[in-house]
Write a protein that binds this ligand. Structure first.
Ligand code: SAM
Length: 246
């Protein structure tokens, strides 16, 4: 029998694979001072939730990059259903290799994905490929307050030790060669609707699964959701809307 993949089980059929919302992606996209972009790359696109926002709004081809083929296959299926297949190109590759495949980017978008190669590393890697005055729009998990409940600090000590505050990330972005156009913090609802409200019951149903990896992933997910509930707004996802310096 095939070993079950915890990611496939937990995220089955979900379009949204991290906190976010179509209306927020659209709001940020429309806030950019330019609305015509030739080369648009969606890094760590997952199943394509934000890819479809970009494609519908910009009506230009979106280069959708992800290293997990099952998500890209789902994205392609959904693109067809939405009548957007002609605007979406999928690339199964590592996002760290984006500059060698797309050396002249006008808009680099990455929701809930940059952390996979490290926020600072992602920004400096992609800076090499973003045209002068081009844009990078990247969401990142950040500390939002100085007062952090102990259990939250404890959870992220093992889960995301590199998490920084917004001013620290702004300094990182400037160091990597960007001007800060704006930042925008995702509201709590963007974590719950179509994300934690789907994942929580699913994870609960998988905690006694016969496969240990599935059980562990389910328990870890429930711990993450519990941490969010007691977070007292001490952390959140923030959009960094960045413009490549000349
Ligand atoms: C949390 S999901 C976010 C997906 C999507 N942007 C969303 O918000 O729904 C992170 C995505 O990054 C992809 N990923 C992880 N490491 C990657 C890498 N090194 N290169 C490309 N994609 C990667 C994962 O496969 C996953 O689809």
């Amino acid at each position: 029998m095939k070993t079950p993949n915890p990611v496939d089980l937990l995220f089955a059929d979900m379009d949204k694979l991290s906190p976010g919302d179509d209306s927020l992606s659209l709001y940020v996209l429309q806030s950019l001072p330019r609305h015509r972009f030739e080369v648009v790359v969606d890094a760590g696109c997952g199943a394509g939730r934000q890819t479809f926002v970009l494609a519908s709004e910009l009506v230009t081809p979106i280069q959708a990059v992800d290293s997990y083929q099952p998500f890209l296959s789902r994205l392609k299926r959904r693109a067809k259903e939405k009548g957007l297949a002609h605007l979406v190109r999928t690339h199964c590759m590592d996002m760290k290799d984006i500059p060698s495949v797309f050396p002249k980017i006008d808009l680099l978008w990455a929701e809930g994905a940059a952390y996979n190669i490290g926020f600072a590393n992602a920004l400096s890697t992609w800076a090499k490929a973003i045209k002068p005055n081009g844009f990078a729009v990247v969401t990142e998990l950040c500390w939002l307050r100085e007062q952090i409940p102990n259990a939250v600090t404890e959870f992220f000590r093992s889960e995301y030790q590199d998490m920084q505050s917004v001013p620290q990330n702004i300094a990182i972005a400037e160091e990597a060669g960007y001007k800060i156009f704006n930042t925008y913090t995702l509201p709590k609802e963007a974590w719950v609707k179509d994300y934690y409200d789907v994942l929580e019951p699913r994870a609960k149903s998988l905690v006694n699964h016969s496969n240990v990896d599935v059980r562990d992933f389910a328990v870890e997910t429930l711990k993450e959701i519990e941490t969010f509930k007691i977070s007292e707004d001490s952390y959140g996802y923030v959009f960094y809307i960045l413009q490549r310096s000349n």
